[in-house]
Design a protein around this ligand. Structure first.
Ligand code: GDD
Ligand code: MG
Length: 363
């Protein structure tokens, strides 16, 4: 079985993290985003994953090569000369996808329990050309909205990012398609959401598989942090493979807290809930971290406070610093002692020596 993962796009909404790394390899819960998907695909018998990329393929390749080998998965890079949007990449990879069997297509920036086995069973049962996994959200306007028959799942309408309310069931960015669809997609920038799906709906060829459990698009900082919270809660229950990371316990931990095995926890201070600590992070005494992700190689000096924020790789956070309100700190940033960062978006390689009292981009 094959799968194509859409890993192009510039990940602008996840800047500054995506200024030094392509979005699919930004670490979510200590694992490159796209690896969560590749592992779940491998578990249902997918043997070939085509990564549709439009930039910086070398970096993506380097970061997932070993894992792919471990999983016994063949990774093929399908590189676009120009971004082909969300359907064009399928046409570009037509020869690799076309083997008379349905295949998976995934957006690279979504996290959930990935119930691919049930999804494939559903697809085979209805027997039509395509299946979209759908979920319910509070704010449907930033997604593709799907209107379908509750009885059999047949989709009547697909509206990408509707201006007016259409419904609250949305496209979760995971599909199963029959190879016949490949004959109708041009090798040119084409949107699967605006062109291919509406056409399939009008031929009654598209069905909705309702996702059980949690789901999140983690392509924006706030949603990324929300995704971490949902993921940790789920993994605590389901024992999903977490690689070199474990759940921390102890008097200074408010669970759940996921830490890389290379990390030593401080004896004083409080960490958690909903915190992820990456490899080789150094944490000094008396710190407080809540609802945040700290990426690899960063140092947090004593008595600092970090809430609802993402700290990039190899940063240095000084003593008595306070970082709050969805601040996102790029890689290799130095933050001097005693500063307050409120909703700061700090570009990589900066040295910060002044407070950021209101949400701002520091370039
Ligand atoms: N190869 C390639 N080339 N991939 C691309 C390109 C491109 O030109 N443009 C976007 N992608 C990839 C992105 O990397 C991402 O994995 C996926 O296509 C979707 O793009 P996003 O930019 O993340 O779209 P979105 O989040 O606004 O909306 C999409 O996802 C929602 C669910 O999270 C749509 O599919 C919506 O319908 C859906 O609800
Ligand atoms: Mg997205």
């Amino acid at each position: 079985m094959k799968a194509l993962i859409l890993v192009g796009g510039y990940g602008t909404r996840l800047r500054p993290l995506t200024l030094t790394q392509p979005k699919p390899v930004v670490e979510f819960a200590n694992k490159p985003m796209v690896l969560h998907q590749i592992e779940a695909l491998a578990a249902v018998g997918v043997d070939t994953v085509i990564l549709a990329v439009s930039y910086r393929a070398e970096l993506v390749e380097k970061m997932i090569r070993d894992d792919a080998e471990r999983l016994g998965i063949k990774i093929i890079f399908s590189v676009e000369d120009q971004p082909l949007d969300t359907a064009g990449p399928l046409a570009l990879a037509k020869d690799q996808l076309n083997d008379n069997e349905p295949f998976f297509v995934l957006n690279s920036d979504v996290i959930c329990g990935f119930p691919f086995k049930d999804m494939m069973e559903f697809h085979k049962k209805h027997g039509r050309e395509g299946t979209i996994a759908v979920t319910r959200v509070e704010e449907p306007s930033k997604y593709g909205v799907v209107v379908y028959d509750e009885k059999d799942g047949k989709i009547n309408r697909f509206v990408e990012k509707p201006q007016e309310y259409v419904g609250n069931k949305i496209n979760s960015g995971m599909y199963i398609l029959n190879p016949t669809v490949l004959d109708r997609i041009p090798k040119a920038p084409t949107s699967i959401e605006k062109k291919v799906f509406p056409e399939m709906c009008s031929k009654q060829d598209l069905y909705a598989f309702v996702l059980p459990g949690y789901w999140m698009d983690i392509g924006q900082p706030k949603d990324f942090l929300k995704g971490v919270r949902l993921y940790l809660k789920d993994v605590q229950k389901t024992n999903v493979e977490t690689g070199d990371s474990v759940f921390a316990h102890g008097p200074s931990i408010v669970e759940p807290v996921m830490v890389h095995s290379s990390v030593q926890l401080p004896k004083s201070g409080t960490i958690g809930p909903n915190v992820v600590i990456g490899p080789d992070v150094v944490m000094e005494e008396g710190i407080r971290i809540i609802n945040s992700t700290i990426l690899a190689g960063t140092t947090i000096r004593e008595h600092s406070f970090i809430n609802s924020s993402i700290i990039g790789r190899k940063c240095s956070v000084g003593r008595w610093v306070r970082i709050d309100n969805t601040s996102v700190i790029g890689d290799d940033v130095v933050i001097q002692d005693e500063l307050y960062l409120n909703g700061a978006c700090v570009l990589p390689h900066k040295s910060i020596s002044k407070n950021v009292p209101e949400p701002d981009i520091i370039m």
